[in-house]
Design a protein. Structure first.
Length: 267
C-alpha cells in the first residue's frame, strides 16, 4: 500500500486483497451512496453523516501504513486528518486480469426491473446501488428490485448499464428479447406519425426524457443531446458477442430517432 496526500484528495494505492480487508470493505460499503466507481478505482466523497466513520477509517489506514513502513502512526494520522474533507481515491496498484461478472436483467413489466447476480459481489452490487439507490424498492446480497415507473428512472437505469468496468470486474448484462419491449411498452406500437399526433398528450413529455432533455428544451438543446446519444447507441459501434446487446442498442437508436423527429416537427 502507498498513500499520497495531495491538495485535492488522499490517494491510496493498494492490492485487491487489502481492498477486500474487513475494515476497508466496511468503510466503502457504508459510503456506497457517496462513491464514484472508476475502471480500476473508487473515489469516496465526504459524507457529513458518516464523519466519525471517516475518521476511524483514516486512523486504521494510518496504522496499516505505519506498520508496513515502520514509522510513527500518530504523526502520519495528524497529517491525514488535515485532508479530512478531501475525497479519498482508492485504486488498485496494478492491472489485474479482468473478471467477468454476469448481471441478469428481467422486466416484470414497464414499471419494475429485477437485477440479479449469480453469486454475491459486493463491488458490483454497490455500484448498482450507488446509481439506482433512490429507485431501489428492495434487495438482497445478490439482487435488486428497481422501480422504473417514471422515465427519469428508466434514463438512470440506461446510464447505469452503460458502465461495464468496475475495478477489475467486467460486467456482462444479460437479458431476453422482451426486456426492452416490456420496459418501453408505452411506445411499442408507436410509429413516427403516432408520436407527432400525440404531441399534446402526456406521452409527448416522455420524448424529452428519452433525449435526456428538460421538457420544452430548445431545438439547439434537443439537437445537441440527440447527436451525443446516437453516437453512443449507434448499432455500428457495438462490439459484443451477445445478440441481445446489439438488439438493445438498435431499439434505443430507433427510439431516439423517432423522439427527435417528432419533437423537431412539433416545435
Amino acid at each position: 500500500m502507498n498513500i499520497v496526500l495531495r491538495n485535492n484528495l488522499i490517494l491510496v494505492t493498494t492490492d485487491f486483497e487489502t481492498l477486500n480487508a474487513a475494515w476497508m470493505k466496511e468503510f466503502l460499503n457504508r459510503h456506497s451512496r457517496s462513491m464514484l466507481f472508476l475502471s480500476k478505482a473508487v473515489l469516496v466523497f465526504r459524507n457529513e453523516d458518516l464523519q466519525d466513520e471517516r475518521i476511524e477509517f483514516l486512523s486504521k489506514l494510518s496504522q496499516y501504513h505505519a506498520q508496513k513502513y515502520d514509522f510513527n502512526h500518530e504523526f502520519f494520522l495528524r497529517s491525514m486528518l488535515k485532508f479530512g474533507n478531501q475525497p479519498i481515491r482508492v485504486e488498485l496498484e496494478k492491472e489485474l486480469e479482468p473478471e467477468n461478472v454476469a448481471v441478469k436483467l428481467y422486466a416484470y413489466d414497464k414499471n419494475t426491473v429485477l437485477i440479479t447476480l449469480d453469486s454475491p459481489n459486493v463491488w458490483v452490487l454497490n455500484y448498482l446501488r450507488s446509481q439506482l439507490e433512490v429507485y431501489v424498492a428492495r434487495g438482497t446480497d445478490i439482487s435488486l428490485v428497481v422501480d422504473v415507473s417514471d422515465y427519469k428512472a428508466k434514463g438512470r437505469l440506461e446510464r447505469t448499464l452503460n458502465k461495464r468496468h468496475i475495478l477489475h470486474y467486467q460486467i456482462r448484462y444479460v437479458y431476453d428479447n422482451h426486456f426492452m419491449s416490456k420496459l418501453y411498452s408505452d411506445f411499442v406500437n408507436y410509429s413516427f406519425g403516432d408520436l407527432t399526433r400525440e404531441s399534446e398528450t402526456e406521452a409527448n413529455k416522455h420524448l424529452y426524457t428519452i433525449l435526456e432533455c428538460p421538457i420544452g428544451a430548445s431545438q439547439d438543446a434537443l439537437k445537441k443531446s440527440y447527436k451525443k446519444l446516437v453516437k453512443v447507441y449507434h448499432p455500428d459501434t457495438v462490439y459484443h458477442d451477445d445478440p441481445n446487446m446489439v438488439q438493445h442498442y438498435t431499439q434505443k437508436f430507433q427510439l431516439l430517432q423517432e423522439a427527435y423527429e417528432a419533437l423537431r416537427i412539433v416545435s
